[in-house]
Design a protein around this ligand. Sequence first.
Ligand code: PAF
Length: 313
Amino acid sequence: MTVSSKIQILRTVQQVRQWRHQTLINNQSVGFVPTMGALHQGHCSLVAESIKENDKTIVSIFVNPSQFAPHEDLNNYPRTLDRDLEILSTEFRNKPVDAVFVPKMSEMYPNGIVLEVEKQRGTFVTVHGSSEQLEGVTRPQFFRGVATVVTKLLNIVQPTRVYFGQKDAQQCVVIRNLVKDLMIPTEVRVMPTLRESNGLAMSSRNEYLSKEMKDKSSIIYRALRKGEELFNKETKLHHKKSVESKLIISEIADLIQQDPDFEIEYIAVSHPETLEDLGEVKPGLGAVVSCAVKAPKENSNELTRLIDNIILN
Ligand code: PAF
C-alpha cells in the first residue's frame, strides 16, 4: 500500500454527499480547502489551519478549465496528483486530512465546457464589481470561472468553513462577495500569505523562476513593505489623516524599476472590501495594496506574472 492510498479519495459528487452526510450525523464541523493541485507550503498552511479549526478536513484537487482563457494553455498547467496525495498524507501526521475530492471534468461540468465564454452553455456565476479590475483586466474570464467552480464546490461539500490564501487578495474578495450574495452558509477564512525566507510570496509560478531570479524577486515584497513604511511614517509618526495613493504607488514602483528584469503590470491601492480604487488611504479604513509584476522564466524568452499584496491599516 502506498502512503497516499491511506487517504480517502472521493471521485463523484454522490460520494462527497455521502461523506458529508456522515459528518452531519456525527455533528462534526467540516473545513474545506479547494485547490488546483501542484500543492506547496502555502496550500499546506491552509490545510493545517482547517485541521486545527474543524473536526474533519476535505481538500479538492481540480484544474478548473473555466478560469483559463483559450490562449492561457490549460494543458500545460502542472498536474501532480500522486505527489499531491503524498504531501497530504505525510505532512499532517497527527491529524490527517480526512478526504480528497478529485472529480473528473464531466462530474463538475456535466454539460461539457469550452473555454470561449461566448460558446459556453449552462449556469455561470459572475461577481460584478470586484471581478473586472486588477487581475480581471488581463484575465477577463478568470473570476467568472473561479466563482462558478467555487459555487459548485461549496454546494457539493457544504463545508462549515472554507480556506483561501491572502496572496490571491482579489479572489478572496470575489468569494466573500459570492458567499454573502448567494447566502451560502459557509464561513470564509482568509489566511496570511506564506513567504519564502527572502519574502517572496509562495506560488506554483515560482517554479518557473531560476534560483537567481527567485532571489531577485524578493524585490516585490520589499517594495510593498516600503509602501507600507511610507504610510506608517506619515500616519503614525507625522499624524497625517490620510496618505495619497499615488505616493505609496510611486514608492513601490521606484524600487521595482531599479531592476530592469522586472516589468510592472499594475500597482493598485484599493478598498479592502469592494476593491474600488482609492485616491487616498486613511488609517482605520485601510487598503489593500496589490501588484502584478512580470519576471523572466528560466531557460525561456517568456515572462511569468508574480502577484503579491499587503494590507494597510
Ligand atoms: O486558487 C485556486 O487554486 C483556484 O482559483 C481555486 C480557488 C481552487 C478555484 O479553482
